[in-house]
Design a protein around this ligand. Structure first.
Ligand code: SF4
Length: 456
């Protein structure tokens, strides 16, 4: 992809609130009123044959709270709390033994948080033992971790490498000390660079860096300085997030003053700047806030139309079931989603009763599964091939989605998509509003719109 020139008029016209579609239906549809017997029966049925497993462990502890953060986390400087947490995580994995076929292979592992490197290197070794004793990993399994450079040591990196982790991701957000103070995340440049160096020294295959635009005191030129500095570190991927200020949902955000935040117009200018800067430096816009170097696996998989997307982010493994462990984590199978308790005492109590710590679930319908695959292919392939989808979904695609396809007429005349008899293709500009395009296939898209972040 050459430099992507951003037309802000079109961004203004099509932007709005919308889901990120890490699941379809989205997590807002999950309910506490689910039949647990049905869930157990479905899990047992699944265990009859070997599956490809995508594993996730949520490690919720952080030493301090970043005020912008929307993750499920527990802020504490008392690191001894991680020990019982690992005991319970082990217990949860033990309970799943009855629900996972012993010949299943783990093809993906992601450690998220919170801060996975809140664990000491010894505790990481313990987690390695728990995982290796309970799961059989494919030799090409993708293993990744989210890191916090402020709490990172080289020993952490060695311990994650022993676990087989080869992909790392960490948040920089903004290198400007004034912005860092306003979000309560003081993370000097040299701390970030040291983390990059350790990760490179240990030959990680891929490094992703997160940046956020829309934070207090950011200007287009100050944020540009951050982006240019980080480009010099040569990460393989970037995730550039639009800060969603929803203090009524995220308590920590009440500490961020709205009057210090850039205007919506400045935010759009920042989006334009960062998109044009990264694409002119050899990064491809994958869509959904993600950029990757053209020789990175993510960009290659997108071109080969083998890219997948789920709660773990992007992956190259198709048809996996997600088994997620730990607080608030979300698991996915073809027939349902299930989410663990979000409060630590509830999570511990369920496990003390020898019960799976599931708080909410959702059974998907046939229509949900058809729409989920359609939305995923649109976001990953940036096109919908009608014949392929008809074949895969067992429907006449153009007939099933005739009104949805009809609704693309305006986007087509604005150059956001092109349409012929066989395929709908998203243009380079259309990638920027991919969430809004995907919403056309969402049967629930009019519900709870105010609960979603701005798409751009
Ligand atoms: S951004 Fe990361 S380190 Fe900061 S509070 Fe959230 S989970 Fe913790």
């Amino acid at each position: 992809m050459n430099t992507l020139s951003v037309n802000l008029d079109l961004v203004r016209k099509y932007g709005g609130q919308g889901p990120r579609y890490t699941s379809y239906p989205t997590a807002l549809k999950f309910t506490e009123e689910f039949e647990s017997d049905r869930l157990i029966a479905e899990l047992k049925e699944k265990a009859q044959s070997p599956q490809k497993l995508s594993l996730y462990c949520h490690l919720p502890f952080c030493e301090s709270m970043c005020w912008f953060c929307g993750c499920t986390k527990i802020v504490s400087k008392d690191h001894s709390k991680a020990e019982p947490y690992l005991d319970y995580l082990q217990k949860e994995i033990d309970l799943y033994k009855d629900f996972i076929n012993p010949k299943s292979q783990a093809v993906q592992l992601h450690l998220g948080g919170g801060t996975p490197n809140y664990l000491s290197p010894d505790q990481i070794d313990r987690l390695t033992d728990i995982l290796s004793q309970n799961f059989h990993f494919h030799e090409k399994a993708e293993r990744s971790v989210e890191l916090d450079p402020r709490r990172l040591t080289q020993e952490h990196i060695f311990a994650f490498r022993k676990m087989g982790i080869t992909r790392a991701s960490f948040g920089v957000q903004d290198l400007n000390p004034i912005v860092q103070k306003a979000i309560n995340r003081i993370q000097p440049e040299r701390t970030c660079y040291e983390a990059v160096k350790w990760i490179r020294d240990e030959n990680f295959e891929s490094l992703n860096i997160d940046l956020i635009y829309g934070l207090p005191f950011q200007t287009v030129s100050s944020f540009e300085k951050t982006v240019k500095k980080v480009i010099k570190w040569n990460p393989d991927r970037f995730a550039i997030f639009n800060y969603a200020h929803v203090p009524w949902m995220m308590k920590g955000q009440t500490l961020i003053k709205e009057s210090d935040m850039p205007t919506p117009e400045t935010k759009l200018e920042m989006l334009k700047m960062v998109t044009e800067l990264l694409t002119s430096h050899g990064y491809e816009y994958i869509g959904m806030d993600h950029f990757a170097k053209s020789d990175d696996e993510l960009a290659k998989a997108q071109k080969a139309k083998t890219l997948q997307r789920n709660f773990q982010g992007y992956s190259t493994w198709a048809d996996t079931d997600i088994y997620a462990f730990g607080l608030s984590s979300i698991s996915q199978s073809d027939s349902h989603y299930r989410q663990n308790h979000k409060a630590l005492p509830d999570y511990y109590k369920a496990l003390d009763r020898n019960e799976l710590p599931i708080a909410k679930a959702l059974y998907t319908t046939e229509d949900d599964r058809i729409r989920r695959e359609t939305i995923m292919r649109l976001m990953c392939d940036l096109e919908l091939n009608y014949a392929k989808l008809s074949n895969k979904l067992g429907i006449d695609f153009t007939d099933y989605f005739s009104s949805e396809l009809e609704s693309f007429k305006e986007a087509e005349s604005d150059g956001m998509v092109s349409i012929n008899n066989d395929v709908l293709t998203v243009s380079d500009m259309g990638r920027l509003i991919i969430r809004n395009l995907a919403m056309k296939f969402d049967a629930y898209s009019k519900q709870n719109l105010d609960r979603f972040s701005k798409t751009i």
